[in-house]
Unconditional design. Structure first.
Length: 65
């Protein structure tokens, strides 16, 4: 959380509402953006960019395993 921001309440982690893992909110009709994001994420995983960033910022595998 940035220095100028704070949580307004507890984290909401209801699997029935949000599923498992982390997500991003998009408009249902914004198929072009969803496809572009999915493509970018897949390319980052394939070319090693994701692993490089993950190792820099996390001490665990966010995908598990």
């Amino acid at each position: 959380m940035g220095k100028d921001y704070k949580f307004g309440g507890p984290s909401i982690k209801d699997v029935k509402l949000f599923g498992v893992g982390t997500g991003m909110g998009l408009r249902k009709e914004d198929n072009e953006l969803r496809e572009a994001l999915n493509k970018a994420f897949a390319e980052m995983r394939a070319d090693g960019t994701y692993d490089k960033l993950a190792k820099k910022y996390f001490d665990f595998n966010v995908y598990g395993g």
